[in-house]
Design a protein around this ligand. Structure first.
Ligand SMILES: Cc1cc2nc3c(=O)[nH]c(=O)nc-3n(C[C@H](O)[C@H](O)[C@H](O)COP(=O)(O)OP(=O)(O)OC[C@H]3O[C@@H](n4cnc5c(N)ncnc54)[C@H](O)[C@@H]3O)c2cc1C
Length: 426
């Protein structure tokens, strides 16, 4: 199949998305730029919302969203799939066709390989796209140099399942194939990482699966942190009430090396722990494209940003939202990414129209399932103060310690997921 340039632009312009289109081959300009254009990199929790809200607020701004996949699978609720509660990943999967058609967003399926902040051009696997402002929401990549032996081949033996998709399916299959009486090892990196309560929800969901299907088995959690990083007392109670003898939680055990051949992980060169199934959650940093563009700060991991606009403090004209950004007190969650996208979009529209900026107001709630029917939550509101994002005092809290609301929280969690995925895909 061949496509001339005019038909290609028509297709993309119609918001049909570029999924399945042939590669252009060399870095030709993909589409001529009109008066005002924002390019958004990443079609996940942050990117979809930034793209949509810019278009909802100002139709005169052309928005091009570039995403490597033709669909997106949500990490939120992927632990329920691993725990055997969800049959498949279809309820967690969104496509971009309605988002594109409803809002006139030009969706391009391509890998962004380089950013030239001076020329204001991104290079993709299909050609170049120029921008007036760029929003990056590329999520995370792994600091593999801090986890010796954990390479692409090792990931196929010891999955991380920290980006939802084939890795998630692999981990579930391994649990299903494990003998009863087996040991699952789960390693948790030092904070900060994507989804602070995520590893502990995963522990709960794996324990739930073991209790139901392989009751002689156990899960050993090797946590690099000195304690459970989020909702600690709630997880501790949930585990004691439901999974005594199944979860062996070991704090301050930092896994630094793996041996996929032997199915062992090594704790700071001192202690080997062997598993029948090994789930390695590696240390993380901002998605590679943000690192390559020189957007990470002194920590070399996360991108410092202006707390009101999310504009990079390293490169003017580039905004970083979601997990990749250093958003102060806001946790690296899908809900945070959604909230950051909205304030970022609001202020990009203001900046492009010479209008006054709006002060940041952010929100986050993170639900974590303990059993198939019970969940716990943490919520907070955030604001910018003295150049930093801080939690507004007394604005949130955690769900009741006696689990009196746990069944309701599970219902709220389900509707949260439905709402946020609908917002991202329509
Ligand atoms: C197991 C687990 C459970 C979680 N549970 C929750 C929860 O219950 N609630 C919650 O709020 N959060 C939860 N999270 C966290 C949530 O998934 C992330 O915080 C959220 O996805 C961050 O959004 P983002 O836009 O930064 O990145 P993502 O949503 O990961 O989106 C990034 C997108 O950018 C694309 N991309 C990256 N680089 C490029 C490139 N160079 N070119 C083209 N495309 C690119 C990727 O393909 C991806 O689609 C969970 C995470 C995990 C791992």
């Amino acid at each position: 199949m061949t496509l001339d340039r005019r038909s290609f632009l028509k297709l993309v312009g119609a918001g049909a998305g570029a999924a399945g289109l042939p590669m252009i081959g060399r870095a030709a300009e993909l589409m001529p730029k009109g008066a005002k254009r924002v390019v958004v990199v990443g079609g996940g929790y942050g990117g979809t919302i930034a793209a949509k809200y810019i278009r909802m607020m100002d139709k005169s701004i052309e928005v091009v969203m570039i995403e490597r996949n033709d669909h997106f699978i949500s990490c939120p609720f992927s632990n329920l799939y691993i725990g055997g509660i969800l049959k498949d990943l279809s309820p967690l999967t969104i496509k971009y066709d309605k988002l594109a058609a409803n809002h006139g967003i030009k969706v391009v399926q391509a890998e962004v390989t380089a950013i030239d902040p001076a020329a204001k051009v991104v290079t993709t696997s299909k050609g170049t796209v120029s921008y007036d402002r760029l929003v990056l929401s590329p999520g995370i990549d792994f600091r593999l140099e801090d986890m010796k032996g954990y390479d692409a081949a090792a990931m196929e033996i010891m999955p991380h399942a920290w980006k939802a998709g084939p890795q998630t399916v692999l981990l579930r299959k391994q649990l299903e194939a494990m003998k009863d009486g087996g040991t699952v090892v789960l390693s948790v990196p030092l904070s900060p990482f994507r989804c602070p309560p995520g590893p502990y929800e995963r522990t709960s969901m794996i324990a739930h699966y073991l209790k139901a299907h392989k009751p002689k088995s156990k899960i050993v959690v090797l946590d690099a942190n000195p304690a459970i990083a989020s909702k600690g007392p709630l997880f501790t109670k949930g585990w004691k009430d439901n999974y005594a003898g199944i979860i062996d939680y070991r704090p301050a055990k930092k896994v630094t090396e793996v041996d996929a051949g032997k199915m062992t992980v090594l704790i700071e060169g001192l202690e080997d722990v062997k598993g029948d199934v090994v789930n390695v959650i590696p240390p993380q940093r901002a998605g590679q494209i943000a690192v390559a563009a020189g957007l990470v700060g002194d920590d070399k991991n996360w991108c410092p940003v202006n707390p009101n606009t999310f504009e990079s403090t390293k490169q003017a004209g580039i905004h970083v939202i979601g997990d990749a950004s250093n958003a102060g007190a806001m946790p690296k969650s899908g809900y945070s990414a959604n909230s950051e996208a909205k304030i970022c979009a609001t202020n990009i529209v203001a900046l492009m129209n010479g209008k006054e900026l709006t002060d940041m107001s952010g929100i986050n709630t993170c639900y974590s399932y303990i059993t198939d029917k019970e969940a716990v939550s943490v919520a907070a509101v955030y604001a910018a103060k003295d150049g930093k994002i801080v939690a507004v005092p007394n604005s949130g809290g955690v769900s009741p310690a006696d689990f009196s609301a746990a069944k309701m929280e599970a219902i709220f969690a389900e509707s949260w997921l439905k709402n946020i995925l609908t917002e991202m895909s329509t």
